[in-house]
Design a protein. Structure first.
Length: 60
């Protein structure tokens, strides 16, 4: 629905930008479902970060 896109339009997103957002959301949706389908599990560090809601930081 057009109203679903209105918040992005209000931020100045044009048709091309909205299409790009749609593609990115679709890719993440696909990858999550693919990982679930293969039974992939997150590593312990990522699980802990998700549970604690703290950012996962890569060591330098």
């Amino acid at each position: 629905m057009e109203s679903d896109w209105q918040p992005l339009r209000d931020l100045g997103f044009n048709d091309s930008a909205c299409l790009e957002v749609g593609h990115i959301v679709g890719i993440f949706n696909y990858l999550t479902r693919l990982a679930d389908g293969f039974g992939l599990k997150l590593d312990a560090q990522t699980e802990d970060a998700a549970r604690s809601r703290k950012a996962l930081v890569r060591p330098e």
